[in-house]
Design a protein around this ligand. Structure first.
Ligand code: ADP
Length: 245
């Protein structure tokens, strides 16, 4: 509690064609927290994540990173890392080169020295418990291992915020469960500010420090998993969480 906002979403609205997808949405993400963005399919979660990333522009409102207004910054100039459900690794690159991709893609003047990149990749492989996999290719890995590499690739650039959009959605239930626990562990070790999009109530409640519940483009409630379960703020939250309780 009381920690500074890492990211501020301020009165953001977005309309596609005539459909209001996000409506006057305000939400602070605190430095170091893992916030789950939970809501049924079509509630606007991915759109909000894309706006935070700079892949989409809001029609109204602002996105603030720390003290800086990032609303008009393109994605390349925002310090964000992503993992999407189907954001595949580069097939022709080794695991090490995949993890180093974001660093190698920087302008020469901003690129760390090769030895530093190697050191960082080694540390990340340790963190995700895949040391020894540096020279393998994605085709030699399981789906769960690939998503762990994708996470290491996103962390390599030391983002201000890590954006995860249903990253385990394509995996089977058992692997998904293991990866949830694993992600929680990684989060505790790194303290990386993270937004995790999911439509799975159990996943959100188990993983996160706080849950933000979206319904039809509006923020219905934000609170700890206990708070939203014990004191749902609206009928929408009650109904949505009630589906599994
Ligand atoms: P969620 O991630 O919660 O499933 P989305 O943000 O993907 O929700 O979508 C919210 C709504 O916005 C949906 O009705 C979807 O059809 C619509 N939408 C999303 N992206 C576009 C787009 N590029 N053009 C038109 N409609 C879109």
């Amino acid at each position: 509690m009381g920690r500074a906002a890492a990211i501020r979403i301020e009165a953001v609205s977005k309309t596609f064609d005539t459909a209001a997808v996000l409506q006057d949405l305000t939400l602070d993400i605190r430095a170091g927290e893992l916030l789950a963005l939970l809501g049924p399919s079509g509630s606007g979660k991915t759109t909000l994540l894309r706006i935070i990333a700079g892949l989409d522009k809001p029609d109204a409102g602002r996105i603030i990173f720390g003290e800086d207004d990032a609303t008009h910054l393109p994605v390349q100039q925002r310090a964000v890392g992503f993992v999407f459900q189907h954001y595949a690794l580069f097939k022709h690159m080794t695991v090490a080169d995949n993890i180093a991709y974001g660093l190698n893609a920087r302008k020469r003047s901003e690129r760390p020295p090769v030895t530093e990149i190697k050191r960082r990749v080694g540390n990340l492989l340790d963190l995700i418990k895949l040391s020894g996999f540096a020279d393998r290719y994605p085709s030699q890995l399981s789906g769960g291992q690939r998503q762990r590499i994708a996470l290491a690739r996103a962390l390599a650039v030391e983002p201000q915020v890590l954006l995860l959009d249903e990253p385990f959605g394509a995996l089977d239930a058992q692997v998904r469960k293991e990866l949830r626990r694993w992600l929680r562990e990684i989060h505790e070790r790194t303290g990386q500010t993270t937004i995790f999009v999911t439509h799975d109530q159990d996943e959100a409640l188990e993983l996160s420090d706080r849950v933000a519940v979206l319904g039809r483009g509006r923020l219905e409630q934000v609170g700890t998993p206990d708070e939203v379960q014990e004191r749902p703020a609206s009928a929408t939250v009650l109904k949505f969480l009630g589906d599994t309780i």
